[in-house]
Design a protein. Sequence first.
Length: 556
Amino acid sequence: MIVIGSGAAGLYAALSLPEELQVGIITKNSLQTGSSSWAQGGVAAAIDPSDSPQLHLEDTLKAGAGLCEVDAVQLLVDEAAVSIESLLSLGVAFDRKGNTLEKTLEAAHSRPRVLHSADTTGRAIVDIFIARVQERSNIHVFSEALALNLWRHPETGICQGVSLLYQRQIHWLKAEAVVLATGGGGQVFSQTTNPSVSTGDGVAMAWRAGAVLRDLEFFQFHPTALTVPGAPRFLISEAVRGEGAHLVDAQGDRFAFDYHPSGELAPRDVVSRAIFSHLQKTEPDATDAHVYLNLTPISPEQVRYRFPKIIEVCQQWGIDVFQQPIPVAPAAHYWMGGVAVDLNSQTSIPGLYAIGETASTGVHGANRLASNSLLECLVFARQLAQIKPDGSLQDAVAPADPPKIVREIENLEYQCHRLEVIREALPNLVWQTAGVYRTGEALASGIAQVEAWQTEVASFEISHGLRDATPNQSIQFDASVTERELILAVETCNLVDVAALTLKSAAFRTESRGGHYRVDYPQSSPEWVVHTLVEGAAFGTAAVNAEVSESDQIAS
């Protein structure tokens, strides 16, 4: 078995797979670099006597704006308690009040149900997972290895492995099954809370292999990312507002109530648009325009107890949260869409699975409910425990020891220069054309430019060297080609593919719903209570609760 990705989803998948299987975890950096480690808020689970899975389901469906898969959400909320017990048994230390697990309220939840470990819940979970993975003799970690393409059997179409870039050489790895757990694609936007590794690799690989993708237009923009010139867009957790912080403008007014009765605790898409609209009235052209998050309504003791990491990061950028409000603005945060999967995390390609942010399980619909993402990682990774290898690998078509080919790249300096230019310009373009507000005209302009970049990137010899290798070749790049240049080429290829798919999906859906807001189509339409599907160059729709393998509705 191969698991690509080492965030919470990938690590827990490896731990959930039957122990008699040999499991390889492929991570393009180290085990600690994924988005899961950055998760602050916590894990949503209806385990309090005053709460129930039914209430959790209702809140999730409401946030999802009509596009949640009810059976997937039911699985999510029903398995929440078991998932929390599993974390506790592994050693995850959630905050407690006495012997009771402490729970906080986050936006669009009807009950306090978010379990946390200060404001570094993701790190607490991932650290435990890493420790448990390192204890398992059947799990092997391949660090600083970059998956390139999925390897399908030429006749049956079954996914039988991957091609892999490791130490400037392309290798081919066979596996009974492949699990994509590569996280999201937030780096396609210039303003994002995602780490640098979030370049949409799994979605791009699955698309090139012919998998069905779903709802790629739905990107959640977190309303409160730290906005200081020169600083990364560090996430200021929704839990801060849940604990009582106020969202205010420069005059100190709690403007969010002008846009929704719940004010700063409205769903994330509503709060993000409220901030964006408010800023447009005052500073429409300012890159670092922001509003403020005022923490003074929370007691200093509670702030120190709940948000030590936020205090630390803000101090690094000259902000004393006890004396000053935190400057914040929306940033791309979470991709609701992804590779379409069923309740067993199976994609439309036999032998290929997807979990976590890479997948479209249907639990998030058009707008993810806060703190459901870590829970989704746990619940759907546990589904992989049911995998039973069927022996199909014996039919894999490839020589056991392919001959090594040394590949030189001509005009390498020019190609890398253009890759760097595109890599820098692409996120700005996508933010401007498919950010919080979208229009058909801007999307069309963005698509034209991204398609031009796709064509240019695909024409480079370095791209051919990475993409066109076949299972009967083991390619070693010449010493003149550095590892950094190869990674730049791979990630830029993936980002232009992801950008094109996102922009085209956003142009295809001519309505506003959840995280997708079209200024030219500002209302939701009953005709669009459907999923958007992408398979190759074809776009189409599918009814909610349809089987992901049925692509007969997709038409060019």
